[in-house]
Design a protein around this ligand. Structure first.
Ligand code: E4P
Length: 214
């Protein structure tokens, strides 16, 4: 399973990259707004920083304008994926961008049928938002496994990117159901290496090592 970092913060991307954890990056308008910088500048900087795909989101809702925005974003770097919201106009845009050989990520997916529609439009990636589904009292991971089942049933090659990940269990379950990609904030990424028994065991080994004659 690939790990993407869900941030527009270049310093976080560098830190995660140094540890070898970054297969790609996802951004959204809220994350870019936090940087206080211009969208295109942020995306260009991120694309220079990583080898993998970088999702950059359009901010219009009408297919003609979304398509133009998508073309501009795709020109920023070879590894840009144009992120488009899961609305009818968005799927029209995905079809047009796909015809131009531009990669797309259909975002804000909350039902398996939406994911089927995104794949039929030619999406490269589909992003179900597990954490936000969990927030409503439903099970976000059921959404992911149903999407994977549907894609397997019909040999659809759209990649399933689990988004809105909030904790390590989301990452574990994404791997167990066979999601292609999990995108997560840097703090979740960092928590994945930790285990209290590792710390306890290491402390004991270091203590005992002091007793070994030199
Ligand atoms: C993914 O592409 C989204 O940017 C992100 O995962 C949304 O996460 P949130 O629900 O924590 O805002």
């Amino acid at each position: 399973m690939k790990f993407y970092i869900d941030t527009a913060d270049i310093e976080e991307i560098r830190q995660a990259n140094r540890r070898g954890w970054v297969d790609g990056v996802t951004t959204n308008p809220s994350l870019v707004a936090k940087t206080g910088r211009r969208h295109h500048e942020v995306i260009k900087d991120i694309c220079r920083e990583v080898d993998g795909l970088v999702s950059a989101e359009v901010v219009s809702t009408e297919s003609e304008t979304m398509f133009k925005e998508g073309l501009e974003l795709a020109k920023l770097a070879d590894n840009v994926v144009v992120k488009v919201p899961m609305i009818e106009e968005g799927l029209i845009t995905v079809k047009k961008l796909t015809a131009e050989r531009i990669k797309t990520n259909v975002t804000l997916v909350f039902s398996p049928i939406q994911a089927l529609m995104a794949a039929k439009a030619g999406a490269t990636i589909v992003s179900p938002f597990v954490g936000r589904v969990d927030d409503t009292g439903a099970n976000g991971m059921n959404l992911v496994s149903q999407i994977i089942q549907i894609y397997q049933n019909y040999d659809l090659n759209t990649q399933v990117l689990v988004a809105s990940i909030r904790h390590p269990i989301h990452v574990l379950e994404s791997a167990l159901v066979g999601a292609h990609i999990a995108t997560m904030p840097f703090n979740v990424m960092k928590s994945l290496t930790n285990h209290p028994l590792t710390d306890k065991g290491l402390a004991q080994f270091l203590k005992d090592a002091q007793k070994v004659p030199q």
